[in-house]
Write a protein that binds this ligand. Structure first.
Ligand SMILES: *Cc1c(COP(=O)(O)O)cnc(C)c1O
Length: 378
């Protein structure tokens, strides 16, 4: 498909193929785990066994490749499985650089699990490119970026980090779960790999778990990631692929709603007397705003904020909502919020009065009124 088409059009048509047997516009779920070999009993057909490849998975991978302007994609059973595949593609003794405000699951994966594999790491403040440069070692093989970060929504200047990495042949991988390709396209900014938890905005309805790695041009590491996908087998089911393919078709319009509503709520929160700080890169007062405005088309649906007070006050506010669901995760049509420190657990550095909010697609005035009411409880 012509990559010059707009994202709204690509989301609907890109990578979709009519069912050859029936002409069905939406291809069916192919639950069969096995596919018949060719005439002479030889394996000469496209598909053989579903862990290796499946028509629904292949379609989903085509769709994601097109939306991120990549060359290839490997999908996984969850976002952390996709993340793990990237780190497993490195060698023991290699060194990786992570943001100090990275998604806590990624931090744990590297600091606990991959450490046993012999992977070395440093955590750095990636909102400052000079700090990234200072932390690079001769054995640094990969820089992991999450922008906006989780949960403080710190912004990393992606092209600046790509510049630093290029000179040293270091792979740059961006976790683009929060912005989605609608708001930010890291491969276009020079990154080598993009990772997604498709559980979030791609799925968009809090009912699918999934992950993906999308590779840009000439990415030497990608064939290893494909090998890990097939050999370790954390692949998505045909049903999940089908449902995700369906959800992706409305992603650009859902993101427009998330972006608009979050901007309204961020403005409302920053004027509220019971709020200490609002972390949202769309606000002109945010330290990352200028860089975000350069590399993002819009600022997304996630907001973190601190209430005046401590954990008790934050928990009271969370408990006080009627529309905003008290739940972890993000990216669904329904608004959700949580006391983030409770979710992250012991070794978290998240402030104890911080609430993380995923702004949904309810009418923004209803979300705002619900939050206003909840804030009356402190
Ligand atoms: C949720 C999330 C993940 C992990 O994805 P799962 O689908 O839960 O395994 C990774 N990165 C970010 C930024 C996330 O929000």
């Amino acid at each position: 498909m012509d990559k010059k088409l707009h994202l709204e059009t690509l989301a609907i048509h890109g990578g979709m193929e009519k069912d050859a047997a029936t002409g069905a516009i939406v291809p069916p779920v192919q639950r069969s785990t096995i596919f018949e070999h060719g005439e002479g009993g030889m394996l000469e057909t496209d598909f053989s066994y579903t862990r290796q490849d499946n028509p629904n998975r292949r379609q989903l991978e085509r769709q994601l490749t097109i939306l991120e302007q990549g060359e290839d994609c490997a999908t996984f059973a969850s976002g952390v499985a996709a993340t793990a595949a990237v780190f497993q593609a490195l060698e023991p003794g290699d060194h990786v650089l992570l943001p100090d405000d990275v998604y806590h699951g990624t931090r744990k994966l590297v600091t606990h699990f991959m450490k046993k594999w012999g992977l070395n790491y440093s955590l750095a403040d990636m909102s400052r490119p000079e700090v990234v440069e200072q932390n690079i070692r001769p054995e640094t093989r990969l820089i992991w970026i999450e922008s906006p970060s989780n949960p403080l929504l710190l912004i990393t200047d992606i092209p600046a980090i790509v510049d630093i990495a290029r000179k040293r042949n270091i792979v740059v991988c961006v976790d683009n779960t929060w912005p989605t390709p609608v708001n930010q396209q890291p491969l276009d900014l020079g990154a080598d790999l993009v990772v997604h938890s498709t559980t979030k905005y791609f799925g968009g309805h809090s009912d699918i778990l999934g992950g993906a790695v999308i590779a840009g041009e000439n990415t030497e590491i990608f064939p290893k990631i494909r090998e890990i996908q097939i050999m370790t087998g954390a692949v998505p089911s045909p049903d999940d692929c089908w449902l995700l393919s369906r959800s992706i078709r409305s992603l650009p319009y859902r993101m427009k709603g998330h972006n608009e509503h979050a901007m309204q709520i961020a403005r409302f929160l920053s004027d509220h007397p019971k709020i200490a700080d609002v972390f949202y890169p769309g606000l002109e007062s945010n330290p990352g705003h200028e860089v975000a405005a350069r590399q993002m088309k819009a600022f997304g649906g996630m907001i973190s904020f601190t209430v005046k007070g401590k954990a008790d006050e934050a928990l009271k506010v969370v408990a006080g909502s009627q529309i905003v669901a008290k739940a972890t995760s993000l990216g669904g049509v329904e608004s959700t919020w949580e006391h983030r420190l409770s979710s992250e657990g012991e070794d978290s550095t998240t402030p104890d009065n911080l609430i993380r909010l995923s702004v949904g697609l309810e009418h923004p005035d209803d979300i705002q009124d619900d939050i206003a009411r909840a804030l009356e409880s402190i």
